[in-house]
Design a protein around this ligand. Structure first.
Ligand SMILES: Cc1cc2nc3c(=O)[nH]c(=O)nc-3n(C[C@H](O)[C@H](O)[C@H](O)COP(=O)(O)OP(=O)(O)OC[C@H]3O[C@@H](n4cnc5c(N)ncnc54)[C@H](O)[C@@H]3O)c2cc1C
Length: 424
């Protein structure tokens, strides 16, 4: 959040009909549209730009734009360099199979935040999908996170819930760790014992990070959830689901407002001097890029998807199947049709096979990399951001943080509220 934002929110009742707030010396005031359909261009005979430029049409940018336009009467221009709304959450129907695919990997909405949930109900109905992750290891299928069913199937036993803690304790003791965990492997073994680590963590982690778990820091995992019962739900949030008619429609409804102007295929860094036309910029692009990588590049992991269409109605029987064997080069396969059990079944299906690797300069950034070097760089960029007037940074790219969708919405609601309350 910028420290010195010099702008003023003027409420419609402060204005006489036809009057716009004056622009004082060098200070642009935020001028709300008086009513839908009112055209300041024709009234004043000069080009009026929006009050606020929002960069990025993902959840963060879209929610800020909606709140400032619908909640505070501001005129907002929302740009995205991509050709679609929704950022990483974008979904589209594959014309060949009729299956709605999540273009950047599976996105399951889940939250226990009542404010976020109630807010989104205005723009989407969510179906009753409950996420369960399956994992293949040595040709057998288990459910994740590790639960009593996983443990019993893996060890070929029938433990009761009350026996799980002592069982795992014995497994950990057998591993014979002598000192506090010094790397990710030791950390995981100290929590699960060696056999479960080798089956479910070792190979998957190696593929996810392209690194030996012994070379990765221990604090990459602080805890590994192990359920002592047969609960196979991946999330334990109060609310969960997939937008009934897709993420794309959710974003269309969110941004369908007369005071929001949308400009897709528009890159912030190609706006040049036009950036100065706005009283405030809300930026949800990459933080380091905003500052031209002056302190160095923040590292990201990226994903590549191999898309396959199948002539049968069901390829794997679930939405996400993880692959834990180290010899299999991909991490998981997504079959999106399972996100919508309520929809009419299709005769064919489509899968995305996911491969993980370090992101190069041209790659889409997916996951931030939490190393000491990156955290140090982040602190430098945060300091630069604090000195930037009239710019609010946010979202997963603008804060270099993994955010679930509900976190991004919550962050946006707070940011919009602060902007609205900022005194002149
Ligand atoms: C693989 C993966 C799976 C995920 N699965 C889940 C899940 O199941 N559940 C969940 O809750 N969350 C999930 N998430 C997290 C979710 O994607 C984020 O919470 C969400 O995308 C955050 O929204 P955002 O607006 O911050 O960022 P984004 O959605 O990334 O939006 C940022 C937008 O800014 C645009 N932009 C960037 N630079 C510029 C520029 N220079 N000019 C113009 N536009 C620009 C980008 O094109 C992008 O559209 C997942 C994330 C990943 C990576």
């Amino acid at each position: 959040m910028a420290t010195a934002m010099v702008f003023k929110v003027v409420h419609p009742e402060e204005l006489r009909p036809g009057q716009f707030p004056a622009q004082s010396s060098g200070e642009k005031r935020l001028a709300p549209t008086l009513s839908a359909g009112y055209s300041p261009q024709t009234e004043r005979g000069v080009e009026i730009v929006s009050d606020v430029l929002v960069v990025g049409a993902g959840f963060f940018g879209a929610v800020v734009a909606e709140r400032l336009a619908a909640g505070a009467g501001l005129r907002v221009t929302l740009i995205d360099k991509r050709a679609h709304l929704g950022g990483q959450c974008y979904s589209r129907v594959d014309p060949e199979t009729g299956v709605e695919c999540h273009a950047y990997g599976s996105h399951i909405f889940h939250t226990s935040n009542e404010v976020v949930w109630n807010y989104l109900q205005r723009f989407a109905r969510f179906n009753g999908y409950r996420h369960v992750v399956h994992t293949k290891y040595r040709n057998r299928v288990y459910t994740m996170p590790i639960n009593l069913g996983t443990i019993n199937a893996f060890y070929g036993c029938s433990l009761e819930p009350r026996e799980v803690a002592a069982f795992l304790q014995r497994e950990v003791e057998q591993a014979g760790l002598k000192k506090p965990p010094a790397n990710l492997e030791e950390q995981a073994v100290a929590l699960l014992g060696r056999p479960l680590y080798e089956a479910f963590i070792q190979g998957y982690t190696r593929k996810q990070w392209e690194a030996d778990p012994r070379q990765l820091p221990a604090d990459l995992i602080t805890r590994l959830p192990v359920r002592h019962n047969y609960n196979t739900r991946y999330y334990d949030d109060l609310y969960e689901g997939i937008p009934w008619d897709g993420y794309a429609r959710l974003f269309e409804r969110l941004l369908d407002h007369p005071r929001i102007e949308l400009k897709l295929d528009t890159n912030f860094f190609e706006l040049g001097a036009r950036r100065k036309d706005y009283a405030l910029v809300v930026y949800s692009g990459p933080l380091d890029q905003y500052f031209q990588y002056s302190a160095g590049r923040l590292e990201w992991r990226t994903l590549r998807f191999d898309v396959r269409r199948h002539p049968e109605p069901d390829a794997q029987g679930c939405a996400v199947m993880n692959y834990a064997d180290p010899e299999i080069p991909f991490t998981r396969i997504h079959e999106f049709k399972h996100f919508h059990p309520e929809r009419r079944p299709t005769l064919t299906t489509i899968t995305y096979t996911e491969y993980s690797r370090g992101a190069g300069p041209e790659d889409e950034p997916y996951y931030p990399v939490n190393t000491p070097r990156n955290m140090e760089l982040l602190r430098k960029y945060q300091a630069l951001a604090r000195g930037e007037e009239r710019v609010v940074f946010g979202g997963r790219l603008g804060s270099y943080q993994y955010l679930d969708m509900d976190d991004a919405v919550a962050q946006a609601l707070v940011a919009a509220e602060r902007i609205i309350r900022q005194p002149p």
